[in-house]
Structure formats: C-alpha cells, structure tokens
Ligand binder design. Structure first.
Ligand code: SF4
Length: 281
C-alpha cells in the first residue's frame, strides 16, 4: 500500500487563536440549552472570529449523523429522537446573545420519515417570528419536493445546500448524497421562490475546469450565491488534503463566478459555508 504524502499547512491557513474568555459568554447558554454548534463539531477555523463577534451556526437535530461523508468530523451512528424543546432553546440563546441573524444546519436524518423537515420548519418559524433573519444550511431531503416545501413554507431568508465538491469526486467524498440530487434540491427550493446558496471545498483533488463546471451547474438551477473554501482534514481518519490551493486561485474563482452571474461569492482559503452569511442579506 502506498503511503499518502502529508502536505505541510501553508502560512495563509494559520489562524490566530482568540483566548477562550472572549467568547465564553456563548459557551454557557449553549451548554444550558444542550445545543450544538457546527463551529465546534465541524472544527471550523473561523470559530474564534465568529464567536468573538457573538455569531454562531447552530446544529439542530442532534450531533450524530446517519451518513458518513469522508470529509466530515461529525459522528455517525443512530441519532436520538429530535428534542421538541430545541426550537425554543435556540431562540432563547439567540436572544440572550442579541443575535439578529442566525444560521441553522443539521446532520442528515435519514432515520426520520420526514427527514427532520417539520423540526426545521419549527425552528425557522420561531426565529422569524422573533424578527431574526435566518439562513438554513440543509441536507438534501432526498430531493423530496414535499419535504423541501415544508422548509420553504417557513420562509428562511437563505436556503443553502452544499454540493461540497465537484461532480467527479462526489461519490468518493460524500455518502448517499449525489451531485444531481443536490442540484435538484436547490432547484426545487428556487422554484418555491427562495434565495438559494451553495458551497464547495477545494483541495480534494478537483481540476480547475471542474470548479467552473460547478458554477455553471449552479447557475442552471438559479443558485447565485456561492462559497468556496479550502478543505482541511479534520482527523487522520478523514479524506486527505490533496492540495493547498493558493489564494490567487481563490481570487480567480471569485472573479469568474461574478462574471458568470453569481450575485454574491465568498472564495478564500478559510471561507466556510456560513462565513459572513449576514452580509448576503
Ligand atoms: S451528511 Fe453532513 S453531517 Fe452527515 S456526514 Fe455528511 S457532511 Fe457530515
């Protein structure tokens, strides 16, 4: 078996750590409400930046996923039933932190007959009723129109679903999800009049032209908001980084995407799906 070459992390990916104290006010309400943030589960490199500003992405429907994507740090297994009090807990924490904009995401709940769509809708409605703006970063709901409609009817301000990678690598990187199903999910959401958004990670072995193809595919389903960031391997058991893409290439992706017709693009090594989400509105 050939040994994987371990790449050294370049300077542009080194993040200044903010001391815990500056965001400890977020820890206590999260713990009290038994909530999870993707900032922690996803080992996001921007955690310090976002948390120090009182911004966080809440992960609903538990922290155990029914899928097992090769890039993802979330645990796989048999999830617990949804917590019926979770929507209220999120609102409570958001209000304690005086947030104006909240990002929600979740693990994929293939175990639930509605894939968690009704729980999603309750969380969105509660936050919207309290005058917060909401971006949802959702799983694919199996591309089921009825389930996506349940979420759409709750009127999130942004409906986000990530393609995660280029078409040719999808099978290797994601489990169960397909590239076309994800495009279909975005297409359905746009057909309900929602503003849609998607993102990919680069550095997984994709070619430049394949990233351009992602842009065209997204525009074809009326998705005009795009994020592109560097993939970072969360643990030795995850898919290895194939390349650290240089910042100039990220700039080039951004330029091309805007020229092609995207209305908002975040493309830089440390960009993650919900990075600067509030700026889109
Ligand atoms: S479906 Fe989402 S949460 Fe689950 S393993 Fe894949 S990326 Fe992680």
């Amino acid at each position: 078996m050939s040994e994987e070459k371990i790449l050294r992390k370049p300077e542009w990916l080194k993040v200044n750590r903010t001391p815990l104290d500056s965001y400890s006010n977020l820890h206590s309400p999260l713990n009290n409400g038994n909530l999870h943030t993707i900032c922690e589960s996803g080992m996001c490199p921007n955690k310090a930046e976002c948390w120090s500003q009182g911004t966080a992405t809440f992960m609903i429907l538990g922290d155990i996923c029914t899928r097992n994507c090769k890039f993802c740090a979330v645990d796989t297994g048999k999830p617990l039933p949804p917590d019926p009090n979770e929507p209220e807990h999120i609102l409570e924490v958001a209000q304690k932190l005086s947030l104006k904009h909240v990002v929600l995401t979740s693990v994929t709940r293939d175990d639930l007959p509605d894939r968690g769509a009704n729980h999603w809708a309750k969380c969105i409605q509660l936050l919207k009723n309290a005058n917060l703006t909401v971006e949802v970063l959702v799983p694919d709901f199996d591309g089921n129109r009825d389930l996506i409609k349940i979420v759409a009817d709750a009127s999130p301000d942004i409906f986000s679903h990530n393609l995660e990678t280029v078409r040719s690598l999808t099978k290797q990187i994601r489990t169960k999800a397909t590239y076309d199903n994800s495009l279909h999910t975005l297409d359905i959401a746009a057909s309900f009049g929602l503003t849609t958004k998607s993102g990919i990670m680069v550095g997984l072995g994709e070619k430049f032209e394949e990233v351009i193809e992602v842009m065209d595919d997204l525009l074809n389903v009326n998705c005009k908001i795009l994020t592109i960031g560097q993939y970072l391997q969360p643990s030795k058991n995850n898919y290895p980084v194939k390349e650290y893409v240089i910042p100039q290439i990220f700039n080039e992706y951004k330029k091309i995407a805007l020229e092609k017709g995207f209305t908002y693009v975040e493309s830089a090594p440390l960009v993650r799906s919900s990075y600067h989400s509030e700026k889109i509105l």
